[in-house]
Design a protein around this ligand. Sequence first.
Ligand code: MSP
Length: 653
Amino acid sequence: MRTFYATTPIYYVNDLPHIGHIYSTVVTDAATRYHRLIGEKTRFLTGTDEHGQNIEKAAAGQNLTPIALADRVVARYHDLWKKFEIANDDFIRTTEGRHRVGVEALIAMIEKAGDLYTAKHEGWYCASCEAFYTEKELDEEKRCPVHGTPCAWESEENVFFRLSKYAAPLLEHYEKHPEFIRPETRRSEVLSFVRGGLTDLSISRSKVQWGIPFPGRPGQVVYVWFDALSNYVTALGFGSGDERLYREFWEDPAGRRVHLIGKDILRFHAVYWPAFLLSAGLPLPTTVWAHGWWLRDEKKMSKSTGNVVRPDGLVAEFGPDALRYFLLREMTFGQDAHFSDEAFLTRFNADLANDLGNTVSRVAALLRQSFGGTPPLACDSNEILSALAAAQSEWRAAMEDFAFNRALEAVWRFLAQINGYVVAQEPWKVRKEEGRSARLSRILYAAAEGVRLCAVMLFPFMPGTSRKIFGTLGLPESDPRLEDLGWGRLPTGAPVPESGPLFPRADAGAYFGTKEKTMSQETPGAPASAPPPPETAQAVSPSDNRIGLDEFQKVRLVTGRVLEADRVPRSNKLVRLQVDIGAEKRQVVAGIGKQYTPESIVGKNVVIVANLKPATLMGVQSDGMVLAATGGEAGEPALLEVPALVPPGSKVK
Ligand code: MSP
C-alpha cells in the first residue's frame, strides 16, 4: 500500500494561532483525509517550534519560563485542532526528548560527512526570522524582506554547515524532480536563488540559551531552523532506537512525503533542509508545496503587522466547517488571497446555506414525504450516474494536485446537476400523478445517492458536515471509506429522520451589528472593516430604492485583464472570457458579442464583479460578471475600461 506522509510547518509558540496557521493545518488535513479515503496508508504530523531567541524574549516579557509559555500555547493548539477536527496522527514539540535525540543523530551524520566547521559569523540578522540576510536581499535601510523591520549586524563564533557544497547536487535534484518544489513559480524562485550560488550556513548560536545544546560544541545551541526542520524525521522516531515509522514513511521509495508550508519559509524547506538530508545521506521529501498568504488590507496577516483574524468568533458563530470550507474554497492553492468578512458571509450564505444546505434538505424532505425514508427501488442508470463519473475524476485530479478550490468546484457543479435533475424530473408531480411508483422511487434514489456521493467527496473538506449529511439520509454518521465512493451504497427502504438545516442562513445585518463581539481583531481600535451605518436614515425616504454603503460593500469589484476570449457556441451574443484578476484567473461569460469581436476584447482592462454566484449560460460556467454601460445609442453594452496602469486584482470602490 502506498504511503502518504504530510506535514504542516511547526508553529512558533510566541503567538496564538490565527487564520494563517489554521490554513496550513486545514489544507494538510484535507490532503491527508483524501489520501486516507482513497485507501492509502497515511500519516499526518503537526506540532510546535519552541526554541530560539524569540520564544525566550516573549516568555521573559510575560514573566514566564519559555517552557511555561510553550505549554500554554500548545494547549491552545490542541483545543483548536480538536475543534477543527484536525486528524493529525502525531503532534511534535521540539522541547521533547525524542526530538532532541533525533537532532543529535542527524548532526552526528552531518559531522561524519565532514560538513561542519567552526568559524566567525558576521552578517545582517533579522531577529523575527532568526535568519541572516545578504546585502543583496536588503534595502538601503537594511530592512528584512519579510518583516520590513531593520536587521542588526551580528558577529559571533559558530558552527557552519558546508551549504555551498550542495548547490550543484540540489540543482540536479530540482531538475530531475520537477515535483520537488510546487507551484512552478516558487520552483523558479528557488532555482534562481540556488543558481546564484550558496554560502555556508551557520547552524549554531552562542548568544541564545533556549535551544538544544550543540553536540560536542560547549557554549553553542543548535540553530532554531536546523532544530525545527529536523522535526519531520524526529517525529518518526529517527535516531531514537525505534525507527519503524521512519522506515515506513520516510524511506519507502514509492511513498510520498509532502511538506505543506507557507511561501515565507520556502528557502528553509527547499534549500537548507534537503541539503542537510543530502549531507546525512537520507532520502529527501517528495514535494515541498508552498501556499500563498492570507492578506488583510493588502498585507500578510501576521502578528508583527497586527492585522490577524483569530478564528474564535467565526467558529462560535458559523461552526468550524464553514471556516474550513471558506479557506479551502476561496484561496487558489499557491496564490495569495484576501480575507474579508463580506467574502466569508457571501460564501456562507450562497454556497453553504443555499447550494449545499437547501439541496440536502430538499432531497431529504422529498424522501420523507414520498416514502417515509429512502426509496424502495434503487436505480443504476441515469444522468446523475454519468455526471458522477466526470465529477469524481475532476475531484480526484484536483485533490492529487492539491487544487482544493478546483476539487470543490467539481463538487458544486455536481450539486447543481443534482438540483437540475430534480427540477427537470419534478418528483412532486410524479408523486401526485402516479403515487409511490417505481419511477418516483428511481428518481429519488438517484437524487439521494447523488447527495450522498457529494457528502463523500466533501469529507476531506468538511468532515462534520459530511457525516451530518449521511445522518440526514438515514445512514450512520461515520467516516466514509474508499468503497463509499461507488454508486449504490444508499440502502433502500431505510428510515430518514427529520433534521434541521445544515447551515442556517446568516443575517448579514445582524452579523455586522455584532461583529465586534464575534470576530476578534488583533489591534483594538484598528479601523474595523465593518462598514459605517447606512447614511440613508436622515435624508432618504424608505420608498427610495437607494442602498446603504453596507449593501454596496457586499459587492466585490476588482479590475481584471482579459487574457483570452472566444464565442460561446450557438450564441451570437455571448463571449467567454478568461480574465486575470490578480490572485486568480476567472472564466466569465459576457453578453457583448454583438458589439465586440473576441480578438478586440483581449488585453482590455475591465471591472469584474468577483463575488457573484457562478451561473451557467448556454452550458458555459460564468464565475463573475464584467461591467458594461448600456446607455449607448442602440442601448448596446459598452465595456467599462480601466487605465492599463492599474494592475489586475485592484479593488474598485
Ligand atoms: N516555526 C516556523 C516554521 C518551522 S517549520 C520547520 C514558522 N512558524 S510560524 O508560526 O511563524 O508560521 C508557520 C506557518 O503559518 C507559515 O509558514 C504559514 O504556513 C502559516 N502562516 C502564517 N501566517 C500566514 C498567513 N498570513 N497566510 C497563510 N499562511 C501563513 O514559520
